[in-house]
Design a protein around this ligand. Structure first.
Ligand code: ATP
Ligand code: SF4
Ligand code: MG
Length: 334
């Protein structure tokens, strides 16, 4: 498929100079049209920082140090987000790429009804619509995410967590964006609810046609619902592959570890062995491959040389990449 969002060499720091934490390191990642792309990795691996960074929504002291992000509107020239004016960027955000943040369901305004919040989003971006038209759109959007229109007058506290999250999706879809980014929190939403929400997004994607970047810890969820999966470790993408390939035949030992950290929803049961050790300290990253202190397969080059994300040896036709010396030795060792 054609790319809709193309991240090229994005690096994000928190802070400046020697005190800087390099939270995202030279990440390149492509979201294709109509695709559901899952991004997984342990807590602190940089998933949210990547999502915030690519839309220039980083809270201070976060700064994009380098890289470009191209948005392809389809019929028009690509737009580079890092160089876009603040004004154009604001318009762009809800209308072209909508993002539902970690914990977003708690960001609904407690003193306004669901109807008001939905119609406000539409009014802010399309001021020429009539109140009646906005209300009709609000009903349509709620129905779309499976909430009965009689809930329009409800306040957020009158809705369940899952319903609030679906209201957030309705708000994200209000302006018919081409891309929806969903950043799921570690603990706040349970797996059952995450599953319902992702299932809903996938269903809507098929009906309306947008692309999804879904961020979660739960790889089993991504195996079930996404087209591609990218795995992040210590601020880098370490493996990027079609979901089925990643599940059946993961190449990076860290991906392997993650797959054995969650019970599989489908398919053969895996032994849950988890990953020994803990995520790297971003202020004191291990030399070479950042995963080497935890890697059961580490060998000679791993502690000294950092592997880059490349097509694996002998699988150049498989539309996947991996950053591991086990699979890129031919080119990397010479
Ligand atoms: P989680 O799954 O827990 O949401 P994540 O993969 O989204 O984790 P990020 O929130 O992107 O991870 O954080 C990446 C790294 O950046 C972490 O090590 C975190 O400590 C660091 N970090 C995040 N925000 C800040 C900040 N404001 N100042 C300094 N460091 C930060
Ligand atoms: Fe393990 Fe070496 Fe591959 Fe890193 S490069 S994941 S340490 S085998
Ligand atoms: Mg996060």
């Amino acid at each position: 498929g054609e790319p809709v969002l193309d991240i090229r060499g994005l690096s994000v720091d928190y802070g400046l100079g020697d005190a800087a934490v390099h939270a995202v390191r030279d990440v390149s990642l492509t979201l294709h049209r109509g695709e559901v792309l899952g991004l997984a990795g342990e807590s602190g691996s940089g998933k949210s920082t990547l999502a915030y960074g690519m839309l220039r929504l980083l809270p201070p002291p976060g700064v994009v140090r380098s890289g470009q992000v191209f948005y392809h509107p389809g019929d028009d020239e690509p737009v580079e987000l890092m160089s876009l004016s603040a004004k154009r960027l604001r318009r762009f955000r809800w209308a072209e790429v909508a993002i539902v943040f970690q914990g977003a369901m708690n960001s609904l305004n407690p003193v306004h009804t669901v109807a008001t919040q939905l119609t406000d989003v539409i009014a802010a971006h399309e001021p020429r619509t009539t109140p009646a038209a906005r209300r009709a759109r609000a009903v349509e959007l709620l129905t779309l995410v499976g909430i009965n229109a009689d809930r329009l007058g409800s306040f957020p506290h009158q809705l369940s967590g899952g319903m609030r999250q679906r209201v957030m999706i309705a708000m994200a879809l209000a302006l018919e964006p081409r891309v929806v980014v969903m950043d799921e929190p570690t603990t706040a939403l349970d797996v059952v609810m995450q599953r319902q929400i992702l299932a809903k997004l996938v269903e809507l994607r098929e009906r309306i046609g947008f692309s999804v970047l879904f961020i979660t810890h739960d790889l089993s969820l991504l195996v079930e619902f996404s087209d591609r999966i990218a795995i992040m470790y210590g601020g880098r993408i370490v493996e990027d592959a079609p979901a089925g390939q990643l599940y059946r035949d993961s190449l990076h030992p860290y991906s392997d570890g993650l797959l054995h950290s969650f019970p599989a929803l489908r398919g053969p049961r895996r032994e849950l062995t988890g990953i020994p050790g803990s995520p790297p300290d971003l202020r004191a990253m291990p030399s070479g491959c950042a995963f080497h202190p935890r890697c059961p397969k580490a060998f000679d080059p791993c502690a000294e040389r950092t592997p880059t994300l490349l097509a694996p040896d002998g699988r150049e036709d498989q539309n996947r990449t991996v950053a591991c010396w086990l699979h890129t030795a031919d080119r990397a060792m010479t």
